[in-house]
Structures are given as C-alpha cells and as structure tokens.
Design a protein around this ligand. Sequence first.
Ligand SMILES: *[C@@H]1O[C@H](CO)[C@@H](O)[C@H](O)[C@H]1NC(C)=O
Ligand SMILES: *[C@@H]1O[C@H](CO)[C@@H](O)[C@H](O)[C@H]1NC(C)=O
Ligand SMILES: *[C@@H]1O[C@H](CO)[C@@H](O)[C@H](O)[C@H]1NC(C)=O
Ligand SMILES: *[C@@H]1O[C@H](CO)[C@@H](O)[C@H](O)[C@H]1NC(C)=O
Ligand SMILES: *[C@@H]1O[C@H](CO)[C@@H](O)[C@H](O)[C@H]1NC(C)=O
Ligand SMILES: *[C@@H]1O[C@H](CO)[C@@H](O)[C@H](O)[C@H]1NC(C)=O
Ligand SMILES: *[C@@H]1O[C@H](CO)[C@@H](O)[C@H](O)[C@H]1NC(C)=O
Ligand SMILES: *[C@@H]1O[C@H](CO)[C@@H](O)[C@H](O)[C@H]1NC(C)=O
Length: 300
Amino acid sequence: MSALALVLVLLCSATIMAAPAAADVESHSFPVFNATTTESLWVATNMSVVTPAALLFRPEQLFPEVNVSEGFLLLPKMVDVWRAGAGGLPTREASFNTSFTVESAAPPVSFVLLLDRFPTLNNPLGLRGANGSAAGAAPNATDGLAAVEVGTVRSYAPESPSVGLNVTVTPNGTAAPGRRAVWVEYNAIEHVVRVYVAAGGEPRPARALLDARLSLAGQGTTQTALVGFFAARVRDIFVGVRDWDLAVDRLDTDGKKKGTPWWVILIAVIGSVAAAAAIVSLVVCSFVSRRRARDVDPKQ
Ligand SMILES: *[C@@H]1O[C@H](CO)[C@@H](O)[C@H](O)[C@H]1NC(C)=O
Ligand SMILES: *[C@@H]1O[C@H](CO)[C@@H](O)[C@H](O)[C@H]1NC(C)=O
Ligand SMILES: *[C@@H]1O[C@H](CO)[C@@H](O)[C@H](O)[C@H]1NC(C)=O
Ligand SMILES: *[C@@H]1O[C@H](CO)[C@@H](O)[C@H](O)[C@H]1NC(C)=O
Ligand SMILES: *[C@@H]1O[C@H](CO)[C@@H](O)[C@H](O)[C@H]1NC(C)=O
Ligand SMILES: *[C@@H]1O[C@H](CO)[C@@H](O)[C@H](O)[C@H]1NC(C)=O
Ligand SMILES: *[C@@H]1O[C@H](CO)[C@@H](O)[C@H](O)[C@H]1NC(C)=O
Ligand SMILES: *[C@@H]1O[C@H](CO)[C@@H](O)[C@H](O)[C@H]1NC(C)=O
C-alpha cells in the first residue's frame, strides 16, 4: 500500500515540478487561494503533506482536519537562497521581494522560508517549537494597521530549533477596516530585510515599518528552500491572504536545472515518515486524476 502511494507521488510530482523557462528572476503570482489557484500548491501540517492543496476545496470536504490544523501552504518548487563556492562558503545570495494583502480581521499569518525539506511529521513539539525555543528578541514593529515580527521558523525543533525566515503579520482588527497590504523585501547585498505595511489598495509607503539586518546565506538556511505561508490554521491562509506575488533572483542563469529535484522532496517526506514511524496521510494527486478520468468516462 505504501509502495503504491510512493509510486503515485513519484508520478504526480514529476508533472508538478516541471520547471518554467529560465529568466533572471523567478516570479509567482496568486490573486487568491481557491480551488483553481491551489492546484499546484502543497499543504504541510504536523501530520501530513497534501498535494494538490486544491483537494481541501473539493465539495466532498476531504481532510477537514488538515484545514484546521496549524500548517503551511507552499510552492511546489524550491526557490534559490544562496550558492556555495569553494570550501562550501556562500558566495552568492538571492534577493527577493514579496507582497500580499491580509484581511484586517485575519489572525496572524507568516510569510516563511523553510529548509529544503518538510518539517518532521508527528513532531511532538508541533510546528511552533517548544516554549522559549526562540533565541532572544525578534525585530518587531507596530503601527496603527498591523504588527510585524521578523523571526525564524521553529518547525524543525529540536534538531534545528530556529531556521529560515518567518515574517509574521498580525493585522490590527480594531484599527481601520479593510485590508492590509504588506511588502517584504530582502536585499542580499545590503543584508537588510524591510517590511512595509499600507492600507489595502494604497501604494507601498516610502518608509519601511520594520528595517532589520539579516543575512540568510548559510545562517540556518539551505541553498534552496520551500517558501509560502504559515498560520495556526491552514484555512486562515486560504481565507486571509490575497494578491500574493513573489519575485526571487535566479542564481543559476546558465540554463542548468535549478532547485531541489522532486525526488529529493519525496525522500525528505518518506524520510520524515520513517523517522516518526507514523504517518496519518500522504495524499496524492492520482486521487484527483482518477476521479477526473471517471468524470469523463463516456460509459458512466
Ligand atoms: C479562483 O480565482 C481565480 C482568480 O481570481 C478565478 O479566475 C477562478 O475562477 C477562481 N476559481 C474558483 C473555483 O473560484
Ligand atoms: C478549507 O477551508 C476553505 C476556506 O475556508 C474552505 O473553502 C474549504 O471548504 C475547507 N475545506 C475543508 C475540507 O474543510
Ligand atoms: C497535530 O495537530 C493536531 C491538530 O492541530 C493536534 O490535534 C495534534 O495533537 C498535533 N500533533 C502533534 C504530534 O503535535
Ligand atoms: C525588488 O524590488 C527592488 C525595488 O524596490 C528592485 O530594485 C529589485 O530588483 C527587486 N528584486 C527582485 C528580486 O525582484
Ligand atoms: C507555553 O507557555 C504558555 C505561557 O507561558 C503556557 O500557557 C503553555 O502551557 C506553555 N506550553 C507548553 C507546551 O509548555
Ligand atoms: C520586540 O522588540 C523589542 C525591542 O524593540 C524587544 O524588547 C522585544 O522583546 C521584541 N518582541 C519579541 C516578541 O521578540
Ligand atoms: C513564526 O513566528 C511567529 C511569531 O513569533 C510564531 O507565532 C510562529 O509560531 C512562528 N511560526 C513557525 C512555523 O515557526
Ligand atoms: C489597534 O488600533 C487601535 C486603534 O488605532 C489602537 O488603539 C490599538 O492600540 C491598536 N492595537 C495594537 C495591538 O496595536
């Protein structure tokens, strides 16, 4: 049974991971997260990895527990973070810009950059790590519209208690109604991350709400990473986040295939499963394909 699931994941991943044409900047854009736009995305919770995320929008209400669990909504493809030169030291680092809007009444959502593998499934610490596992004070700032904090991801604790990047936005629901527009810009040359917040529909303000020194290369990061959002309930991401745009410098511009190949992701998933010796669900897109095949069957 698990061998079958494995093969199905292989087949599905092969289609999902087809890389777009090379350019200097890799871009992703989502007007909203719905049944159509999440067709290529992944959901990862403390107990499962589900792809396509669109399964959660199916009328049959498959896996309602995944929707209310804490978890991530992630791009299917790793993005560049840095590249090692001689001696394994980082020589090149990618800048990135991302923007999204959140509803003013939304619970906190975090833009996250993880490692090049999923967090361990069934980790007794969950995805938010142990209490007090965050090392020191995180840069944070508040204005009338929202509070922002630039910290790390604690989902790989206890082995790696604090990795990647975690930009958490908590809209102030009692201030102005409407949406909050958020921009997160990482400049790899200046080694600065800037977070801007404006009322929905307004242009990006000239002044950043938060401006923090940050060096991602080699500091609790892998060379490529899973990127997306985290929330205390996966559905908070579906409901709260709109107009997500991401642009990341592409470090391999010589036409070489970049990113972590799909089979490494697969091994990461299976590896975590083996390590945890338990898995609740590994959902594969064959499920959907089979159903589609049935839907178009002329003999039905
Ligand atoms: C999802 O959103 C896109 C873009 O707004 C829209 O074109 C599409 O019809 C929506 N799909 C569903 C199933 O609501
Ligand atoms: C998951 O949440 C979305 C957004 O609220 C909702 O449209 C969908 O029906 C939910 N799915 C399940 C399986 O509960
Ligand atoms: C995983 O999350 C679910 C729902 O959020 C929770 O009930 C369960 O206890 C969690 N499991 C672990 C191992 O943290
Ligand atoms: C990010 O935006 C700045 C302008 O604010 C631009 O100079 C830079 O090229 C952008 N970087 C990426 C990776 O899109
Ligand atoms: C974490 O800390 C909070 C407040 O200090 C406490 O209420 C909660 O029980 C703690 N959780 C764990 C798992 O220790
Ligand atoms: C927010 O920043 C202040 C310093 O500006 C710091 O004292 C505080 O601990 C930070 N809060 C968190 C949650 O890290
Ligand atoms: C991201 O940071 C926020 C604010 O500190 C925290 O509540 C959340 O648990 C963190 N998420 C992860 C996945 O580490
Ligand atoms: C939210 O906004 C209201 C009105 O501007 C303000 O009084 C309140 O202090 C803000 N809350 C936080 C947590 O910043």
